[in-house]
Design a binder for this molecule. Structure first.
Ligand code: ADP
Ligand code: MG
Length: 253
């Protein structure tokens, strides 16, 4: 029965984490449903990336566990998380700079054990869906930053993940690139059926994309819920944006 209730959900349960005795996550529980976009926000150092590391198996938490469909996933084993359908991107893209865009994506699909012909087809589909076809032959290092980001997302989508964790995917992009990426991320749950955990600092982007928000501050959860309620939570305004934030948040309308 518990498993039925947890079907289609990636969960962190009571996760705690310390580095050299310093608490970075304290008893954090989070749930992401397939098809949803959940915003993970909070000030620098709040523990967002650490939580994504735990949720994707890159870091083994001191306490707590991660479950998919109610079943625990082997902590600290990224391959087990990939098998469970959980894939993450990194704050800095990691592409094969001398390979073409097509080869970069193909390599990711092949790495998932897909047979060659099917992998080639999947690669073309991913390039089409992510508006990368025109760069197919270009070396990854030669294309604009925003397009490079989309190659990273295409690679993450190679294995048809059920949950995609995006750590600041829009960081460093210019206005137009930023907008293109937001439009793309908005389409992902529908086009690929996955749930998305999005770490993002720009509140306008967060509000445009996320139905729900999970807010961390100093490694603790300070608010969870519908985006348009959480944004007005006084604790969130204070913690996330500082005193000057109240005006900035109000300015978003
Ligand atoms: N590998 C590590 N070793 C020691 N401290 C770390 C490590 N990774 C993160 N931290 C610390 O944990 C805290 C949370 O970091 P992080 O999860 O990167 O926050 P955020 O992504 O919200 O900015 C910070 O104080 C950071 O310095
Ligand atoms: Mg971070």
């Amino acid at each position: 029965m518990v498993e039925e209730l947890s079907a289609g959900i990636l969960e962190a349960r009571a996760v705690s984490m310390s580095f050299s005795g310093l608490r970075v996550l304290s008893d954090v529980s989070l749930g992401l449903a397939e098809g949803d976009i959940l915003g993970l926000i909070g000030p620098n150092g709040a523990g967002k990336t650490t939580l994504v590391n735990v949720l994707s198996g890159f870091t083994k938490p001191g306490n707590g566990e991660v479950r998919v469909d109610g079943r625990p996933v082997e902590a600290g084993d990224p391959a087990a998380f990939v098998r469970a359908g959980v894939v993450r991107t990194f704050q800095n893209v990691r592409l094969f700079s001398r390979l073409s865009v097509r080869e970069n994506i193909l390599a990711a699909v092949l790495a998932r054990g897909v047979a060659r012909r099917a992998a080639a087809e999947r690669t073309e589909q991913l390039m089409e869906a992510l508006d990368l076809t025109r760069f197919a032959e270009a070396e990854a290092r030669s294309i604009p930053y925003g397009d490079e980001r989309r190659v990273g997302i295409a690679r993450a989508l190679a294995g048809k993940p059920r949950f995609l964790l995006l750590d600041e995917p829009a960081a460093g992009l210019n206005g137009a690139e930023n907008e293109a990426l937001i439009a793309l991320i908005a389409r992902l749950p529908r086009d690929f059926g996955c749930g998305i955990l999005l770490i993002e600092h720009n509140m306008q982007v967060v509000m445009a994309l996320c139905s729900r928000l999970h807010v961390l501050d100093g490694g603790r959860t300070i608010a969870v819920g519908a985006a348009d309620e959480v944004r007005f939570d006084p604790n969130v305004i204070r913690a996330y944006l500082g005193r000057a934030g109240e005006g900035r948040l109000a300015a978003l309308g």
